[in-house]
Write a new protein. Structure first.
Length: 72
């Protein structure tokens, strides 16, 4: 099932319409959004645990949600 506004709010908190539309356009699920959010907030821990890098929709979500390196 694709993301709903309630799904997004449960993971990210309030989101604006533009971000919501971008996230919905990926066709991602709540589980994929949760995975992407976990990677954004703990990527070093996952890499140190030898988790494979995200692919597919999870990677798309990370690209949308994570600021570019020069903005961190």
């Amino acid at each position: 099932m694709t993301l709903t506004l309630d799904d997004m709010a449960s993971v990210l908190g309030p989101v604006d319409d533009t971000l919501a539309a971008e996230l919905m356009a990926t066709g991602a699920t709540l589980v994929e959004l949760e995975q992407a959010w976990a990677w954004i907030n703990a990527d070093e821990a996952f890499i140190n645990a030898y988790k494979p890098l995200p692919t597919g929709r999870v990677a798309q979500l990370i690209e949308i949600l994570a600021p570019p390196d020069d903005e961190q």
